[in-house]
Design a protein around this ligand. Structure first.
Ligand SMILES: Nc1nc2c(ncn2[C@@H]2O[C@H](COP(=O)(O)OP(=O)(O)OP(=O)(O)O)[C@@H](O)[C@H]2O)c(=O)[nH]1
Ligand SMILES: [Mg+2]
Length: 382
């Protein structure tokens, strides 16, 4: 908590996925859906904290809507992220000046695959790695189409295309960091994305949810093991997400792609289901998970601050009221020292009351979030 004039709680959220999986789309949908859900269901609101965040979200939103309006789209033809960028979102109880800021890092997923490859990118990737290792929550978006459509012939390439090894390396560094800060939040959320074709609640005729989860747990078993060993207190969740919802897979073909594992890439083609209205799934649960975890941590921080300030306030009040003998008391009054001590005691008391008020507001936010039921897509992995 930075704690100059007012309380601001800041948390980092990192995404871990190779190129073209859906990181940028997921971040933009998080704000759009978060605003809708929180405004409808709680007294809390989510907003973009700055102009660049608003701009980036509108660019991605246009891209998603453009794809939907085209009725048919090939993700590989859409531009990817070319530079790291930070999305800053504010979570605030309505009518109260108590922001909780989420900083979400977006970066070109190719850098995770090849470590930045090239000195200029390597430096920037190192900064991204530091942010990811410091994050309170890691979200791991996973390409469901890749998992479900790879086919027996290309199955051995799956782990490389999912960049499981690279993800494991980042998670290991993150887990060691989290173990050193046991009082801070620690959560990894595995989010298969683009699962419209496999889950019946998105309108698919067949329900392959069990198969999808099995594939995720199988492919990422070593990453899960790393979390359990290096940060046993961290929680792991499984939550499939559709950022479009109203599309279905027409085809997915392995095409030549020099430089990719096996020099091939799985290229999907989607058709938009009429009437082409975006129907996101799983995002409300993701927002609730993030908010509950991080607001609860903010509440604990705030309680600690309040306890420290209470002790300080008691001490300065005792000092202000301390009687030191008749003549010395006269002297303290005459030279203004007694008034100075009283002013300090009043200020400390005020700071304590402010921290107490902050804690109460955070409790209110938590209570508002607690009322929401989790959806059926969310599962505990540990
Ligand atoms: N069907 C479907 N397509 C999605 C979903 N999320 C993202 N996409 C598509 O997947 C493609 C890649 O999405 P991005 O968000 O740009 O992926 P990224 O991980 O940011 O990629 P880089 O910037 O290259 O790292 C885009 O064409 C999106 O339209 C989803 O939930 N369902
Ligand atoms: Mg991107």
């Amino acid at each position: 908590m930075t704690d100059t004039n007012r309380a601001v709680f800041e948390y980092k959220i990192g995404l871990l996925a190779p190129s073209q999986v859906g990181k940028s789309t997921l971040i933009a949908s998080l704000l759009t859906e978060g605003q809708r859900m929180l405004t409808r269901e709680t007294t809390v609101q989510l907003t973009a904290a700055d102009g660049p965040t608003r701009k980036r979200i509108s660019i991605t939103d246009n891209m998603v809507n453009g794809a939907i309006k085209a009725r048919m789209f090939r993700p590989q033809l859409m531009p990817g992220t070319s530079d790291p960028s930070w999305f800053r979102l504010l979570l605030e109880p309505r009518g109260r000046d108590l922001p909780i800021r989420f900083d979400i890092l977006d970066y070109p997923g190719g850098w995770l695959e090849d470590g930045g490859d090239g000195s200029e990118h390597e430096q920037k990737w190192n900064e991204c790695e530091t942010f990811l290792a410091d994050s309170s929550v890691l979200i791991v978006p996973i390409d469901s189409v890749l998992l479900m459509e790879a086919g027996a012939e290309h199955a051995p390439l799956l782990t490389s295309h999912l960049a499981v090894f690279q993800i494991k390396q980042v998670v290991l560094r993150w887990a060691k960091n989290r173990r050193e800060r046991p009082g801070e939040p620690a959560m990894v959320i595995f989010c298969p994305v683009k699962c419209e074709t496999y889950l019946s609640d998105s309108g698919s005729l067949q329900d392959q949810s069990t198969d999808l989860k099995h594939q995720v747990v199988d492919q990422f078993s070593e990453v899960l093991e790393t979390i359990r060993e290096a940060a046993p207190h961290a929680s792991a969740r499984y939550l499939p997400i559709d950022t479009y919802g109203c599309v279905e897979l027409v085809s997915a073909r392995w095409m030549p792609h020099p430089g990719a594992p096996g020099d091939v890439r799985l290229e999907p083609k989607y058709r938009v289901r009429p009437p082409g209205t975006i129907a996101r799934k799983g995002l409300e649960d993701l927002i609730t998970l993030l908010c509950r975890q991080l607001v609860d941590s903010a509440r604990m921080q705030s309680e600690q601050t309040a306890a420290q300030r209470q002790a300080t306030a008691r001490h300065s009040r005792g000092y202000a009221d301390l009687r030191e003998g008749f003549f010395r008391d006269l002297w303290l009054k005459a030279n203004g020292e007694r008034s100075r001590r009283e002013r300090v005691a009043n200020t400390d008391q005020q700071r304590y009351l402010e921290a107490q008020e902050t804690t109460k507001s955070l409790f209110d936010v938590l209570a508002a979030l607690a009322e929401r039921q989790n959806g059926p897509r969310l599962h505990h992995l540990s």
